[in-house]
Ligand binder design. Sequence first.
Ligand code: PEP
Length: 253
Amino acid sequence: MRKQIAAANWKMNLTLQQGEELLDAIISKPHSLQPHQQAVFAVPFPYLFMAQQKLSGKQNVFVAAQNCYSKKSGAYTGEVSVEMLQSLNIPYVVIGHSERREYFQESNQLLADKVTICLENKIQPIFCCGEPLQIREANTQNEYVAKQLAESLYHLSAEQLQQVVIAYEPIWAIGTGKTASSAQAQEMHAFIRAQLSAKYGASVADAISILYGGSVKAANAVEIFGQPDVDGGLVGGASLVADEFVAIINALK
Ligand code: PEP
C-alpha cells in the first residue's frame, strides 16, 4: 500500500515552549501507526532540533522543515539550505506551500530548483499544488494544477519523482473552514495521478502519495482519507490541537 501520511504544518505559530508542550501532548496520547503510515511535523526552523530530539526513536514519526532555499550555500542572509537540514537529519521539507507562492512570490521555476536540490541531498519534498478560488469558479483547476506539476516536477527522472510527496491544497480551502468535498478531493487526486501516469507510467504514479490539504480536521478526516487516491493530509489549524491531530493520525487508512 502507498505511504499514508498525516503531516502537521505549524506555519508561523507557537513559542518554543508551546511547541514542546504540543509535541509532548501528542506523543502521550494513544495512536497507532502501522508500517505504511507516518506522522510528520513541519515545524518552524528554530524548533527543528527540539522536535528531532523529542521524536527520536518514535516509530514512523518524522520532522519536516516548512521551506528551504534553492541554492547550495553562500551569501543568502536569512535563508536555510538543504545541507543544513540534512545535517540535522531532517527527512522532509514542504515546498511551494500556497502561502510561500502568494506572500513570497515563489514561482513554479524556483520551486523546480528547490525540489531538485532537496532530492540531490536525499530530502523528500512535500510538494504543494492547488488552485485559487477564481480558478475553481472558472472550472479551470485541472489545467492550473497540471501546469504547476509540469513546470516544477517534470524535469525529474522517474526515480527522483518517486521520492516526492504531493500535497493538493485548494487555496480556497486553506484556513477558511471550507473543505473540498471528498468527491472534489478524489477527483483532483485522481487527475493528478493520471497526469503523472501519462508522463511517468502507471507503476510510478501509483506509488506516489498524494495528500489533501484544506481545513482537514478530526470530524472530516476519515471521509477524506477514505477516498482511494487520497493518501492522508497536510494539516494547518487542526495540527495545533493535540486531540485533533491525534484523531487525524488515527484516521489514516
Ligand atoms: C495548510 O497549512 O497547509 C493547511 C491546509 O491549513 P488548514 O488545515 O488550516 O486549512
